[in-house]
Design a protein around this ligand. Structure first.
Ligand SMILES: *[C@@H]1O[C@H](CO)[C@@H](O)[C@H](O)[C@H]1NC(C)=O
Length: 144
């Protein structure tokens, strides 16, 4: 019982820490070779957490899912071509209350056209006990 309570406390802590992809908007369209900004946002919480890193990946869904979708694609198992992998050091958003970091990435020049899953894998240490936490955020974009 105590164990369960601890787990649910962790779960609510984790929910409070969740990062989001602020940009690009889901359903954005990019050309092969095009650069775009991935804006990874997280709340500036009081629970305390230490950021470690993010990996941003682009996975073609063409031929893997119903046309024009990424339905059924599990990005916790693969994030596709890494567009960025390295430190995450978000800063307070000017005029805002959340933390953000913009990453400029590029669609690989030979990337297949069609729907693609843009994923951000986010690794952080949460809370006073530095609970190692990995979350994967995903949205669907289109490659022209
Ligand atoms: C970060 O990216 C967003 C979305 O493209 C943009 O609106 C914002 O101006 C950028 N912020 C900085 C400081 O570059």
């Amino acid at each position: 019982m105590k164990f369960l309570l601890v787990l649910s406390a962790f779960a609510s802590l984790a929910a409070a820490q969740m990062a989001v992809i602020r940009a690009p908007p889901a359903q954005s369209t990019f050309a092969p070779g095009e650069q775009f900004i991935v804006d990874v946002d997280r709340p500036d919480t009081l629970t305390g957490s230490q950021e470690v890193s993010v990996a941003i990946g682009l996975l073609s869904c063409a031929g893997q899912a119903p046309p024009g979708t990424c339905d059924g694609i599990d990005t916790t198992e693969e994030i596709g071509t890494p567009l960025y992998a390295g430190p995450y050091t978000p800063q307070l958003r000017p005029g805002g209350s959340d933390l953000f970091q913009n990453f400029t990435v590029a669609v690989p020049a030979d990337f297949p056209s069609g729907a693609a899953a843009l994923s951000v894998a986010h690794f952080s240490l949460v809370g006073a006990r530095y609970w190692p936490t990995l979350e994967v955020l995903t949205e669907t974009v289109f490659i022209s």
